[in-house]
Ligand binder design. Structure first.
Ligand code: HEC
Ligand code: HEC
Length: 394
């Protein structure tokens, strides 16, 4: 496609990939990429959500092993692989759809519910700054002071944080005094979520989108993959290929929770974390959704039936990486290292050739012995590669 065609296509799909960010999105962008806002300094959101790696872990070496990223404090690790921070904003507020069945929220286990700020991504964005295993600030006051002192917004978008806050949330809205601190911190969450929801992050600029818009053809192999995805391989039962909750192009998730029976990742550094963070040591098992439900009196009774379930991730940008040799990790614990391996697992979980599931209950019956040939598995992988953004701006 020529440059003009490309611009026209993206304009048709999302109003233009290169559409300039509005002021609130610019503020969110600065907060997202600013490495001055952690304790100690040096860690921005992008350290674990790099755009070049499809908004997930940008370090090949880490992905190839434990797939869990070190927090701002040396040697402090969380327990899960960073999911994509793109396409997270359309997730509905966490809710129960029928007794024991849940939908929405952010994080693998939905615990950024969206109940606080009305949007899971905004609730989520407040978490990492204070999480001792991520940006590790002791309290909101410290974050506020760090934002106040940082010159990063000027460097990145040409205006100071104070000026950006004033324009978006009103004069004097950036205020670290105790009585206004919570409001200021809510603005931080909302601004980051606005950036995460912008057309720069949720670009819908993949070959798939161009194909849906009738601008390009899929290859024979990609087309075969698409048909399998929606048919024999059952992928679209959970990775929906219908429009999103607000009429977005397909997001390839149902925002619901399932246990696929993924094996443990023995290299997860969390197994050897200090007892204070992981009292179970190497016997630790990721409870998934159940871990969050147990913290909520109204949902506790449903914990057992949701043990080991994780929220279906988007498949957009699943394969996006800075170069061919770069390793990406898949699933909540990053145990799989290629899309080929993921598809092989779906095809043959129940044939005895994989290590036992991390959680051997509530297993989804939709996978395990799909009877896909090598050619069919390769076609599924080829199709998933059409979901990488950037196709339309090349
Ligand atoms: C040390 C690495 C690290 C840093 C720093 C970090 N994250 Fe994350 N992020 C993660 C991990 C790990 C998860 C999944 C946690 C879980 O599910 O328990 C996650 C989850 C998310 C999600 C949820 C996506 C979804 O679909 O559920 C979003 C959005 C997100 N992060 C945005 C951010 C923002 C914004 C920042 C900066 C304020 C940030 N992250 C900083 C590692 C990190
Ligand atoms: C029962 C619902 C369900 C079905 C069917 C399903 N998936 Fe998934 N998929 C999930 C869930 C849930 C996860 C995350 C599981 C976890 O981390 O434990 C996931 C994870 C993935 C991932 C890893 C993404 C990442 O960012 O880590 C890929 C790739 C994937 N699925 C592709 C497929 C393909 C291809 C098919 C069809 C062969 C398929 N899925 C069928 C629910 C499903």
């Amino acid at each position: 496609m020529g440059a003009t065609d490309t611009a026209t296509t993206s304009a048709m799909i999302n109003g233009g990939v290169s559409q300039p960010l509005n002021t609130m999105e610019k503020l969110g962008k600065a907060l997202f990429f600013d490495t001055n806002l952690s304790t100690p300094k040096g860690q921005s959101c992008a350290v674990c959500h790099g755009p070049e790696a499809g908004w997930t872990g940008p370090l090949s070496e880490i992905n190839a092993h434990g797939a869990v990223y070190e927090g701002a404090k040396h040697n402090r690790f969380g327990n899960r692989k960073p999911p994509s921070s793109a396409y997270a904003t359309p997730s509905p507020v966490f809710h129960m759809t029928s007794p024991g069945e849940f939908m929405g929220g952010n994080f693998w286990d939905g615990r950024a519910t969206g109940e606080i700020l009305g949007n899971p991504a905004a609730d989520q964005a407040q978490g990492p700054f204070l999480n001792p295993l991520e940006q590790a600030n002791p309290n909101m006051q410290v974050i506020c002071q760090r934002i106040k002192q940082s010159r990063f917004a000027e460097e990145l978008v040409g205006e100071s944080y104070a000026a950006l806050f004033a324009q978006v949330f009103g004069p004097g809205s950036f205020d670290c005094r105790p009585r206004n601190l919570q409001a200021t911190y809510d603005y931080v969450g909302l601004a980051i979520a606005a950036y995460e929801g912008s057309s720069e992050v949720n670009a819908y600029s993949a070959k798939f989108d161009a194909w849906q818009a009738g601008m390009v053809e899929l290859t024979e192999q990609e087309m075969m993959g698409w048909q399998l995805f929606n048919g024999k391989a059952l992928c679209s039962v959970c990775h929906l290929t219908t429009p999103g909750p607000n009429g977005e192009p397909p997001l390839f998730t149902d925002f619901r929770y399932h246990n696929l029976g993924v094996p443990k990742n023995p290299e997860n550094p969390f197994y050897t974390q200090h007892k204070k963070f992981n009292p179970d040591g190497e016997n630790w098992i990721d409870p998934g959704l159940a871990g969050f439900l147990e913290t909520r009196p109204e949902y506790q009774e449903f914990a057992e039936q949701n043990y080991g379930k994780h929220r279906t991730p988007t498949l957009r940008n699943a394969d996006l990486r800075p170069d061919e040799t770069f390793v990406k990790a898949f699933m909540h614990n990053g145990v799989f290292k290629s899309l080929e391996e993921v598809v092989a697992f779906y095809n043959s979980r129940d044939t005895g050739m994989w290590p036992p599931p991390e959680v051997d209950q509530n297993l989804s019956p939709l996978l395990g012995d799909l009877g896909l040939s090598a050619q069919e598995q390769a076609a599924l992988v080829a199709f998933m590669k059409t979901l990488n953004d950037g196709f339309m701006s090349e």
